[in-house]
Design a protein around this ligand. Structure first.
Ligand code: KIV
Ligand code: ZN
Length: 520
């Protein structure tokens, strides 16, 4: 690896997905992984295979199908985790990576792990050696490294490199570090770990104090050559170092860092929108690099300056991030073939019946809306690729609302061949529609989050509604888009209900099969 190259390790699908409310289904993870490959990240951390069968399946599928980046899976320092991870990343062949972690700080040793330093050191070395039996590319993370005693951190780092770790990641797990201190920590490791040149030093900074990017930059100025980050800074609590920010900081201030990444920056904006849409986590308007205001100039003096010379008020070119407007889809009279071709160019791998349904929806939308953009088409495609078989389908919705009217909804749902209709009042048209759905299904959902975002520009834009709802102890996400936002809300909520029912039936089947095996 060239000394002036910083490796970009994307953990959107692992740490990012740990962000409360940001869970993704299999197809969504695959779509993000494909975009990460287009972005040319060096490593995709695809998930935590032991965590659930769903995580295992996604990591394995990503390892099988995504070409270009290395594919990593996360594992605790436990043999069962490492074996499961090895099995999941195995299809990536030479590009497979096992990432093992174990906390090293005093607070974690004493209270979480109840182990002393010698036990931690032994477990870390044993796990790295065990992981190396399956894979040449093993990464080790001393969790909570930034709060670990320097001597012990250096000792662990030296030992795991001797045991075969080719990357050692230094996490600021709780986002406690500040840049000067974190930079010094990395410099001290380079001074105190004799074999450090045999590994790449990564950093993984959390954003609890809003310093994740600054800390990562301080680290690369002191020798770190890998940055673990996520699209839109998603992640546990306040999130991780934002990929788009660190990449553009390194590129824009090349004069300061004298470093580069391999990222295709023109894919950044698309990646940000995709992750925002699929996770339902809206990007704040003034977010650096990818926020809607990042290249908007309001003040007259600024606008004047921009018109005379862009670089008076712009340090980056919007086109370098891929902000050059949404692509116009062919139009109302576009044929089936053209639409299908466009979807496949956008990276959608759809089954024939899904393509057919997407085409019909496109025609319907083109009837209502003057311009249909790529983003509209992508939203339709995602809807049609819903993984869950719907128990309830919206057949009819009528709402009456106004300043002097009690908002009322009439809803008709189809359940197989059965058609069920009811009506209810609510605090507004959305509330009325959702209450009616509850009356019909007999399932009481509690709305935890409700977000609405325009899919494209224009007054006739589709509104995409993201909902998080609780059904008992289960929290489920659902999304839908339509030019009618009440309809989108009803469909998004129904998608939560259908996902809840699917989950319930999987759990019921698992219980039944457990009972059967215990009887045997
Ligand atoms: O924040 C952290 O320490 C982590 C590790 C698993 C790398 O996410
Ligand atoms: Zn983390």
């Amino acid at each position: 690896m060239k000394k002036d190259r910083v490796l970009i390790f994307d953990t959107t699908l692992r740490d990012g997905e740990q962000c409360p409310g940001a869970s993704l289904n299999h197809r969504e993870k695959m779509e993000i992984a494909r975009q990460l490959a287009r972005l040319k990240v060096d490593i995709i951390e695809a998930g935590f295979p032991i965590a659930s069968p769903g995580d295992f399946r996604s990591v394995r599928q990503i390892a099988k199908t995504i070409k270009g980046p290395r594919i990593a899976g996360l594992a605790r320092c436990l043999n069962k985790d490492i074996e499961r991870c090895a099995e999941a990343v195995e299809p990536a062949g030479k590009k497979a990576r096992i990432h093992v972690f174990l906390a090293t700080s005093k607070i974690h040793r004493q209270f979480k792990l109840k182990k002393d330093k010698a036990q931690i050191l032994k477990q870390a070395v044993a796990s790295v050696s065990y992981a190396r039996k399956f894979c040449d590319d093993v990464e080790f993370s001393p969790e909570d490294a930034s709060r670990t005693e320097l001597n012990f951190l250096a000792e662990v780092t030296r030992a795991v490199i001797d045991a075969g770790a080719v990357t050692v990641n230094i996490p600021d797990t709780v986002g406690y570090a500040v840049p000067s201190q974190f930079g010094t920590l990395i410099a001290d490791l380079f001074e105190n770990v004799p074999n450090i040149d045999h590994a790449v030093i990564n950093v993984h900074c959390h954003n609890d104090l809003g310093l994740a990017v600054a800390n990562s930059l301080a680290a690369i100025q002191n020798g770190a050559r890998g940055v673990e980050c996520t699209i839109n800074g998603l992640g546990e609590r306040a999130g991780n170092c934002a990929l788009e920010e660190i990449v553009m900081a390194i590129r824009t201030r090349e004069d300061m860092f004298h470093l580069s990444t391999g990222i295709r920056t023109r894919e950044l904006h698309k990646a940000s929108r995709l992750v925002s849409r699929l996770t339902g986590m809206t990007v704040q308007r003034n977010k650096a690099i990818v926020g809607a205001n990042a290249f908007a100039h309001e003040a007259g003096i600024h606008q004047d300056g921009i018109l005379k010379k862009r670089s008076t008020y712009e340090i980056m070119r919007p086109e370098d991030i891929g902000i050059d407007g949404s692509q116009l889809v062919l139009g109302k009279h576009s044929g089936r073939h053209a639409i299908m071709d466009r979807l496949s160019k956008m990276g959608f791998k759809m089954k024939p019946h899904e393509l057919e349904c997407a085409y019909k929806r496109f025609v319907e939308l083109a009837d209502k809306k003057k311009n249909v953009y790529d983003d509209d088409l992508a939203t339709i495609a995602r809807d049609e690729m819903e993984e869950v078989d719907a128990v309830y389908v919206l057949d009819y919705l009528h709402v009456s609302t106004g300043t002097k009217t009690v908002p009322t909804a009439t809803v008709r749902l189809k359940k197989g061949n059965e058609v069920i209709q009811d009506a209810a009042c609510g605090d507004g048209p959305v509330d009325a529609a959702l209450k009616t759905i509850d009356r019909i299904t007999g399932i009481q959902g509690k709305l935890l989050e409700y977000n609405i975002q325009a899919v494209t520009i224009g007054k006739d834009a589709q509104g995409e509604v993201s909902i998080r709802a609780a059904f008992g102890t289960e929290e489920i996400n659902g999304k839908a888009a339509s030019t009618d936002v009440v309809q989108a809300s009803a469909i998004a909520y129904l998608s939560c209900v259908n996902r809840f029912l699917a989950l319930h039936s999987v759990k019921r089947d698992m219980k039944r099969s457990k009972k059967k095996t215990s009887k045997k």
